[in-house]
Design a protein around this ligand. Structure first.
Ligand SMILES: [Zn+2]
Length: 325
């Protein structure tokens, strides 16, 4: 993530070379739409361009993550503009003669929102902020509460505060009938204990950025959670994660990016966008042995269906009731 990375106005992937040079990398072709279930869209340098690029690579769905303590609720007001601009960008980029866009019809991805206070920012969670968050959850574009959880790696908020705020937001999600998107780092025992005490939300639990092994993944799968895999799946050192992925039932796996972070290989060292999810989806096909065209298409279709089923949901009864309150 360096300042000098150019904002490429095209749909290609670019790899950093020595001496400030960049080269193009051939991208895997997705014949089936792919979902990015975790992207910080408002942190993209050009959110519209990122969404257009995602659309060009057949990313059909993006869950945009909003933390009101970071950026307020900007995404809520900016999203219609981004989508409109993205449609223009997509038309322009894919009509240029040297762009290799595959034959299927490309469109701007469908974007839904997850809103919640990250454990880093738990110290800024106040009753007034909770009221504001609750009001925004009533927006029909919201399909999850998150990312919420515990981060004992950075400990940017005191642990007791993180736990309290995690509990408050689990309750909020249950009140709203929405799933939760979890961020847990070096805190899986406490996270699991808190969810067990509060009760896993009926609408679903998504374990974001899962990067541990088969032994850890088991209890989450047993508890009914969805396991979201990002760029780390493509990293050399993460054999245990690839092993864990094979233990998750296919109807519980999700693909994500955590853009602008966690850029998958072979593009590490560059900024991640929602379009990069295709590299992770491609890696997941290899990890799960989906190597025939049919096997690959059916796995990708399943992954996409998982994402839409969990996150592209109809408004909850609570949302319908509170929509114009
Ligand atoms: Zn994130």
């Amino acid at each position: 993530m360096s300042e000098e990375e150019p904002l490429f106005e095209d749909v290609k992937f670019h790899q950093k070379r020595k001496h400030g040079k960049w080269s193009e990398v051939e991208a895997p072709v997705m014949d089936v739409p792919v979902a990015d279930t975790h992207a910080h869209v408002q942190m993209m340098r050009d959110p519209a361009l990122s969404l257009a690029r995602a659309g060009a690579h057949n990313v059909g769905f993006v869950e945009a993550i909003v933390d009101p303590t970071d950026d307020g609720f900007t995404t809520f007001s900016a999203l219609p503009g981004w989508l409109m601009e993205a449609a223009g960008d997509l038309r322009r980029l894919t009509s240029e003669p040297d762009q290799e866009v595959h034959d299927c019809v490309v469109a701007v991805p469908r974007v839904r929102i997850a809103a919640g206070v990250h454990p880093h920012n738990a110290k800024d969670y106040t009753p007034a902020l909770e009221d504001d968050l609750r009001a925004h959850l009533a927006d029909r574009r919201v399909s999850a509460v998150g990312e919420i959880g515990l981060d004992y790696h950075y400990d940017l908020s005191p642990r007791d505060v993180q736990q309290e705020v995690f509990r408050a937001q689990i309750r909020l999600a249950k009140e709203a009938g929405l799933p939760v998107c979890l961020h847990l780092r070096e805190a899986h025992d406490d996270g699991f204990a808190i969810l067990s005490e509060e009760g896993f939300p009926e609408a679903g639990t998504l374990l974001h950025c899962f990067n541990l092994d088969g032994a850890e993944v088991a209890r989450w799968v047993e508890a009914g959670c969805f396991i979201a895999l990002g760029g780390q799946l493509t990293y050399k050192k993460f054999d245990a994660l690839r092993e864990a992925a094979r233990l998750v039932p296919r109807d519980r796996l999700l693909t994500e990016t955590d853009a602008p972070y966690m850029t998958p290989e072979p593009l590490r060292g560059t900024l991640c966008g929602p379009e990069h999810v295709i590299w992770t989806a491609d890696a997941l096909c290899a990890v799960l042995g989906a190597d025939t065209p049919e096997g690959r298409a059916s796995l990708l279709a399943q992954l996409y269906e998982n994402a839409l089923g969990l996150l592209d949901r109809a408004p909850t009864a609570w949302q319908r009731e509170h929509a114009h309150a």
